[in-house]
Write a protein that binds this ligand. Structure first.
Ligand SMILES: C[S@@+](CC[C@H](N)C(=O)[O-])C[C@H]1O[C@@H](n2cnc3c(N)ncnc32)[C@H](O)[C@@H]1O
Length: 269
């Protein structure tokens, strides 16, 4: 089963609701808030206009406003359902505008933005080079590109060699993430697109006592594996309940390596 985000605009409202709830859980976790503050504070502060590509329901938008303080923020996402939820969330905030749009065709003018951010989007794209070309087009010379995503091939919930719970992470890689390795190839792709001053940083994310996001990822990955005919419903339910048992026992461990990349469009471009 391919990554559902590849066809996000045709997903049912139930799927959109599950995605939105999972993104909200992740963005609210103290560990993720710390990681976001860490990379977002390295962005130009108080930029005139920031474009958030793949803004979803705006789970991360508040963190961008808090940590980079742009004067205006435009968010684009191909899912009308997610954009509608984002509009409701920021209806009283004149700084934020949410529009339906794609990473390959944002609908924005040339050189309009000081900063372009894509937060956990590139691992879901079929054409990362096309998205980089679009980011280049809409950025002004001297503008900043920031891409943050999981190096999802590192996801682990294993406590020992051959731990069956790890099958939930490999199921997530097969069914929920189009390209788990993209962050390893991205620096070369970003340089090939013409960007300079490319800096990457690793951000360790580990959850033990209250792994709300990882539990929702496990739930979505076993459901997706069951829908793809990989897992029977008993195995899917058993793995999800094993994860909950470990949380209740205080033995759960889960970790993901996230990576941020910040690059610049040269002033003479
Ligand atoms: C994992 S979610 C992250 C959402 C949001 N950035 C956040 O951190 O909460 C991935 C997002 O990428 C969006 N997406 C999928 N394909 C896209 C595309 N071709 N162009 C732009 N966004 C896309 C999805 O709709 C979804 O909102």
């Amino acid at each position: 089963m391919p990554d559902l985000y590849l066809s996000i605009s045709s997903q049912s409202d139930d799927v959109i609701e599950a995605v939105a709830a999972s993104m909200d859980k992740r963005a609210a976790e103290p560990e993720m808030r710390r990681i976001c503050a860490d990379y977002m504070r390295a962005l130009p502060q108080s930029a005139e206009v920031l474009l958030e590509i793949g803004c979803g329901n705006g789970s991360t938008t508040g963190l961008l406003l808090e940590n980079a303080r742009p004067r205006a923020l435009v968010g684009v996402d191909p899912s009308e359902g997610l954009i509608e939820r984002g509009r409701r969330r920021f209806r009283d905030d004149p700084v934020v505008e949410f529009l339906v749009g794609d990473a390959l065709a944002t609908g924005q003018g040339d050189g309009m933005f000081d900063v372009v951010v894509a937060h956990t989007v590139f691992s879901h794209l079929a054409d990362p080079q096309g998205a980089l070309a679009e980011a280049w087009r809409v950025l002004r010379p001297g503008g900043t590109l920031a891409i943050f995503d999981g190096d999802y091939a590192t996801n682990t919930v294993a406590l020992f060699d051959g731990d069956p719970l790890q099958a939930t992470m490999t199921a997530a890689q097969r069914n929920l993430i189009h390209d788990p390795y993209v962050m390893r190839r991205l620096p070369a792709l970003v340089r090939a697109a013409g960007f300079g001053a490319c800096r990457t940083r690793a951000h360790g994310y580990m959850q033990t006592e209250t792994p709300d996001y990882l539990l929702s990822l496990i739930g979505r990955s076993v459901d997706a594996a069951a829908a793809a005919g990989e897992f029977g419903s008993e195995l899917a339910a058993g793995l999800a309940s094993e994860a909950s048992r470990r949380v209740a026992d205080g033995t759960f461990y889960g970790a993901i390596l996230f990576v941020s990349l910040i690059a610049e469009k040269p002033l003479d471009a």
